[in-house]
Each structure stands twice: as structure tokens, then as C-alpha cells.
Design a protein around this ligand. Structure first.
Ligand code: NAI
Ligand code: 15L
Length: 274
């Protein structure tokens, strides 16, 4: 596959979309932007709902690849998740298939495996204790379930139609980690752009699932499938550890919200505001 240059970024108005709009062009991409919501300073952004197949077909026409971030990014009533994340992702894959787009990078989430017990032990963990990418899926919410669906959809479109996907189980991608859990699953925005670039350019990915995080000292999962794409994370949450642990304390093994990869999503998930 020739290196992609023109990339459709769905969810471009969102938190991660805004970060990636700033960082991906430096990796050589020309971005086409799509979201439900308008984007300040981007009059050419495509305003479309993932429910609108015709708009999606037009949006994907001629692009080399798609980075699919759009959708509900937290827990919500099942009907909303069904429409935006499950049906919406299906519509995007159909549009990509119909228009012959060869690759999608899908924003999956740690919440597709959120009910996996987090590893315990000294930091850094022994490599054998890290959660592997082929751990059984254990969604912690309807939201996590929709990401599991997206991963299976990606596998189907690879097996049946030869449409490649890298599914990135993103940990927490924000400017800084803000909780003790995030020390283990944080992905700096710059590392996220590096990982998306690797996922867009690696050869013969078929359907590959990777975890998305920086090279955190307190890492919980195995980054080897991401590294195999050529991803070389440069950042580590450790400089934030002392302050966050002083403020919040260490994770408490007796607290259900601290016991699993998905953190508080297993017990008291934050709810999508829209
Ligand atoms: P966000 O909620 O800030 O942005 C999502 C964007 O998708 C919004 O701009 C929204 O308008 C758009 N959108 C929602 N429904 C849509 C629809 N039906 N049609 C078109 N656009 C629609 O979320 P964020 O944090 O930017 O996350 C981006 C993606 O990455 C999401 O899929 C999320 O599940 C995933 N993710 C993000 C993580 C993070 O740490 N930020 C962690 C794990 C996964
Ligand atoms: C996610 O999947 C969410 O989209 C993001 O907002 C964070 O809450 C992240 O997971 C997390 O687990 O911290």
C-alpha cells in the first residue's frame, strides 16, 4: 500500500480530534475533517451525522485512509450508543467499502476490555504480567460493548472485503494524566499522533488490535503489537506520579473502581453530555 496522504478524520471537533488536527499534519497528512458539530476556523469541515450514508460516501471518496474518532465517547443509554457507535461505524465501513478505501484506523477503547482485572505487582510490572492484546473482551459499559462491536466489524471487513483496520484500544489521551489510574494508561497527544502515523503506514496490517498508550513506567498492558507497527512511544506519565499519588493516594485494591482496567467505568461511568 502506498503511504496515505489524504486522510478523513471523523470526530474532528472532539477533544482528540482537536489534538490530532494540530499534530497529524506534521507527519505528512492532508486532513479532511468531519463531525456533527462545526469546527471554529474550519469552514471546509464536513458537517455530517454518521447516520447519513450518502454524506459518508461523499466524505470518504478519494481519501487514502480514515481515522475514525467520531461517536459517543462515554457511557450513554443503549439506543444512543446503538445509533452513533454501532450503526454509525457500520455506515462508515460500508461507505469505505463502496468507495474502495483501503484502511481505517478505529478509535477503540480500553473499555472493550474494561472488566479485565488490572495487573498487580511492583512497578514496572514483569513483562509476563502485562495484559495481552488477545485477552478475552470484557466490556464494562454499553460504550465498551460498542467498541468490541467495532473491533469485530473491522475483522469482518478484513476477512470478507480486504479492508484493513488498526483498532487502537486507547487508554486516556489528554494533555496530562489527571488520576492515579491514568498513570498506567495515559497516552500523550504526541504519542497518539505517532501511533496513528504508524497505524496508517505499516504494511499488511490486516486487522490488528493494539493498546494505545505512552511508554508509562506503570504500564498495565502489552504494547508489542503497537511497536510491531513501528510505533516508538517517547513519553512516560511518571513525572506526574508523585503529585497525583500525594493528592489521591495509591489505588485501593478493595475499591471496585480501582480493581479493573476500566476504572470507574465498571461502577459509576461518566455519562455522555449531549
Ligand atoms: P469527544 O466526545 O470529545 O469527540 C467525539 C466527537 O464525535 C464529537 O466532536 C462529536 O460531535 C462527534 N460525534 C458524535 N456522534 C457523532 C455522529 N453520530 N456523527 C458524527 N460525529 C459524531 O471524544 P474524544 O475524547 O475526542 O474521543 C474520540 C474517539 O476516541 C471516540 O471514539 C472515543 O470513544 C475514543 N477514545 C478516546 C479516548 C480518550 O482518551 N480521549 C480513550 C478511548 C477511546
Ligand atoms: C475512554 O474511552 C473515554 O473516551 C475517555 O474520555 C476516557 O474516559 C478514557 O476512556 C479512560 O478510560 O480514561
Amino acid at each position: 500500500m502506498p503511504a496515505p496522504r489524504t486522510v478523513l478524520l471523523t470526530g474532528a471537533a472532539g477533544g482528540l480530534g482537536t489534538l490530532m488536527r494540530d499534530l497529524l499534519p506534521a507527519h505528512g497528512y492532508e486532513l479532511r475533517l468531519l463531525d456533527l458539530r462545526p469546527i471554529d476556523g474550519e469552514p471546509d469541515a464536513i458537517l455530517a451525522d454518521l447516520a447519513d450514508r450518502e454524506a459518508l460516501r461523499e466524505a470518504v471518496r478519494g481519501v487514502d485512509a480514515i481515522v475514525h474518532l467520531a461517536g459517543i465517547s462515554l457511557e450513554a443509554p443503549f439506543e444512543k450508543i446503538l445509533k452513533a457507535n454501532i450503526e454509525g461505524t457500520y455506515h462508515l465501513y460500508e461507505a469505505a467499502r463502496e468507495e474502495g478505501v483501503g484502511r481505517i484506523v478505529f478509535a477503540s477503547s480500553n473499555h472493550s476490555v474494561g472488566f479485565t482485572p488490572r495487573p498487580r505487582g511492583d512497578t514496572p510490572l514483569d513483562p509476563g504480567a502485562l495484559i495481552p492484546v488477545d485477552t478475552p473482551r470484557r466490556p464494562d459499559t454499553f460504550y465498551g460493548l460498542s467498541k468490541s462491536f467495532g473491533e469485530d466489524l473491522a475483522q469482518l471487513y478484513w476477512d470478507k472485503h480486504g479492508l484493513e483496520t488498526v483498532s487502537v484500544r486507547i487508554g486516556s489521551c489528554f494533555g496530562e494524566p489527571t488520576s492515579v489510574r491514568m498513570l498506567s494508561i495515559w497516552m500523550s497527544p504526541a504519542d497518539c499522533a505517532r501511533l496513528l502515523h504508524a497505524a496508517l503506514t505499516a504494511e499488511n496490517v490486516g486487522h490488528t488490535i493494539v493498546y494505545g498508550s505512552s511508554a508509562n513506567t506503570r504500564l498495565w498492558w502489552d504494547l508489542s503489537s503497537a511497536r510491531a507497527l513501528g510505533y516508538e512511544p517517547q513519553d512516560d506519565s511518571e513525572p506526574y506520579a508523585e503529585k497525583l499519588i500525594a493528592e489521591q493516594g495509591e489505588l485501593d485494591p478493595e475499591n471496585i473502581a480501582h480493581a479493573y482496567l476500566g476504572g470507574h467505568f465498571v461502577s459509576d461511568p461518566p455519562i455522555w453530555p449531549y
